[in-house]
Design a protein around this ligand. Structure first.
Ligand SMILES: *[C@@H]1O[C@H](CO)[C@@H](O)[C@H](O)[C@H]1NC(C)=O
Ligand SMILES: *[C@@H]1O[C@H](CO)[C@@H](O)[C@H](O)[C@H]1NC(C)=O
Length: 577
């Protein structure tokens, strides 16, 4: 037996408060309460009591409570008993705006093909203050002993607050926000930080909310506002900032990532193609952030065209790239917070081919994923490898082997929903040619046999619809994973007259994902490269470097802030005065 709480949100404008006539959609909704054995059935199953159905309709129309039992069917057609309670919720003017529903399902012990109708108990309509114990007599209050029957259902004894918080916590951030607009009572019930944190946690997963919890922005804005701003991106803005210190000697083709509120940079190509092996950190928490060289007691061989990713907390991982002896396929990890930080090599069994300009990401705080890149012979790769760094004798695993997207370099991997990866763009092999790509692929590495799938509708821009235009093909671009599972793409090397700084948004979880363009105010960077961009705390994207001819200026940063900053916050400003 299991319980299902739900809230029917009346969105129909046709609801007439004077006649209390329910809109058609609600009647069809209540007649959808499971009287059809399968979606294609044209009639109700003969065992469904038509009296119950008309009782529901009557109670809904009169704005009074309904309690009763219904025959219901699973997707596969097996019968279930559905004990249903529907209570109307009135707004400040006494108009029914919502209906609170409690469903309790249990197995129906009947042979659906043999029994003849009717098999279900009487139902009744109640005025709110009466509690009919009969309708729920199979349920026992948690603290009652002995008699299995004639106890009031435990759920019915809970307060409005507890019930509504439990129901609301299961809705999406958007729905909770809508419910809060209905009346003062519901607004009050949705103004609860704990509730909003649960809503965010359900929608975005524990890992994403854990990261958000650790950043000061969340405290300042509160979970409700944060959820709104990350959903609508209404407060997103670009800003330019300058930092102190120096990354010397100057270099290009390094790799950078964020560890907590710190930016970390490793390696790169110095003058005369010298492979660099030093590590720099920029602490954004300090009052005057400055680049500082990290004193490490041991370091990986110098390289460029490698990947640096944050594994978990203060742990970083480097893979591959081009060193003085050619291409590499080694793995090194560093704990920035160790007393004496040192890069340590992880010797994985059966490593993938040495490569550069590949793409990497980390999953679960423990696994490194490496995909594509370019070999010594200049051949593009299409493989995907995974290495669990937390096990004793780490072993590389190739995923998947059946079908892979065309081989490529300079693409991005971004993680969403915890274990799923979105691959986008790069320089891809297309017959005898190598072309910039704007294809998107996804994979769920938790599946038993993970496989790449191409996203339909993302290959070619569709004509006529502005909002459905895919980003122009590109490589070495920036891909940002939002806590809510969507991805933002911008920057990189784009052909022709297209602007690289235009932002594009994609939700890979949609059934038919479509690209949307995002217009963001503020001073945007002229260019942004994937290997020199960091995402901090899930809400700030930092683009490193201006470029004057040959040199990279790493004291110039552009920040894309996805939530409102204190100085732009009108509510904060008024409270300060
Ligand atoms: C970085 O590496 C790429 C690819 O090897 C190369 O084409 C480029 O000239 C290098 N330097 C800069 C400044 O991008
Ligand atoms: C992070 O990863 C490293 C390397 O695998 C591991 O030793 C460490 O325990 C992990 N830390 C956390 C907090 O998970």
């Amino acid at each position: 037996m299991y319980h299902l709480l739900f809230l029917i949100y009346i969105v129909c404008h046709s609801f007439n408060p004077l006649t209390l006539k329910l809109p058609l959609c609600l009647c069809s909704l209540c007649s959808r309460f499971l009287q059809y054995r399968d979606p294609f059935a044209q009639r109700r199953h003969p065992l469904v009591d038509p009296v119950v159905v008309s009782e529901i309709r009557k109670c809904l129309e009169e704005g009074i409570e309904f309690q009763g039992e219904l025959l219901n069917f699973r997707k596969d057609g097996t019968p279930l008993v559905n004990r249903l309670r529907l209570s109307p919720i009135h707004n400040d003017d006494g108009i029914v705006t919502h209906i609170l529903g409690i469903q309790i399902f249990s197995e129906a012990n009947i042979d659906i093909d043999r029994l003849s109708y009717p098999v279900f108990k009487q139902t009744s309509c109640h005025h709110p203050n009466e509690v009919n114990t009969d309708s729920f007599y199979y349920l026992q209050a948690p603290n009652s002993h002995g008699h299995p029957c004639r106890h009031i259902c435990g759920i019915l004894q809970l307060s409005d607050e507890v019930l509504s918080q439990n129901i609301l916590a299961r809705l999406s951030p958007r729905d909770v926000a809508s419910v809060g607009l209905v009346c003062r009572r519901l607004r009050q019930l949705t103004k609860n930080e704990h509730l909003w944190k649960m809503v965010c946690q359900n929608a975005w997963g524990r890992e994403a909310t854990g990261i958000l919890e650790s950043i000061p922005v969340t405290k300042r804005l509160g979970w409700g506002r944060l959820a709104r701003e990350l959903t609508t991106l209404e407060a997103a803005a670009w800003k330019k900032l300058t930092v102190g210190g120096a990354v010397e000697p100057s270099r290009c083709n390094f790799s950078a990532c964020a560890a907590g509120n710190r930016l970390v940079l490793f390696g790169g190509e110095g003058v005369n193609m010298q492979p660099m092996d030093d590590t720099f950190v920029l602490d954004l928490d300090s009052a005057n952030p400055e680049w500082r060289r990290v004193k490490v007691s041991s370091t990986p061989p110098g390289r460029w065209g490698h990947t640096l990713s944050c594994l978990n907390g203060s742990w970083l991982v480097v893979f591959g790239g081009c060193g003085s002896q050619g291409l590499l396929n080694d793995v090194f990890v560093l704990d920035l917070d160790a007393q004496q930080p040192a890069w340590k090599e992880v010797l994985g069994i059966a490593p993938p081919l040495p490569r550069s300009w590949h793409s990497s990401c980390t999953v679960d705080g423990s696994k490194l994923v490496v995909s594509g890149g370019c070999t010594d012979a200049g051949v593009l790769l299409s493989d995907t490898f995974l290495l669990d760094l937390t096990v004793d004798k780490p072993m590389w695993r190739e995923i998947p082997t059946s079908w892979t997207p065309p081989s490529r370099l300079g693409h991005t991997l971004s993680v969403y929903d915890g274990k799923k990866i979105l691959m986008f763009g790069g320089l891809a092999k297309s017959g005898p040619l190598r072309l910039r790509s704007n294809e998107a692929y996804t994979i769920d590495i938790e599946e038993e046999e993970p496989r790449w799938r191409q996203h339909s509708g993302t290959g070619f821009p569709s004509v006529g619809s502005q909002s459905a235009i895919a980003p122009p093909p590109r490589l070495d671009h920036v891909a940002v994973s939002l806590p809510c599972g969507r991805s933002i793409i911008f920057g990189g090397s784009v052909a022709g007259l297209h602007s690289a700084s235009q932002l594009f948004l994609l939700d890979p979880r949609e059934e038919k994902p479509t690209w949307r363009m995002l217009n963001v105010p503020g001073q945007q960077p002229k260019f942004a490269w994937g290997h020199s961009t960091c995402v901090v705390g899930g809400t700030r994207v930092l683009v490193l470097g201006g470029n004057t001819g040959e040199e990279w200026i790493l004291n110039e940063l552009h920040e894309l802030s996805l939530v409102s900053k204190p100085e732009m916050d009108p509510e904060m400003m008024t409270s300060n005065h």
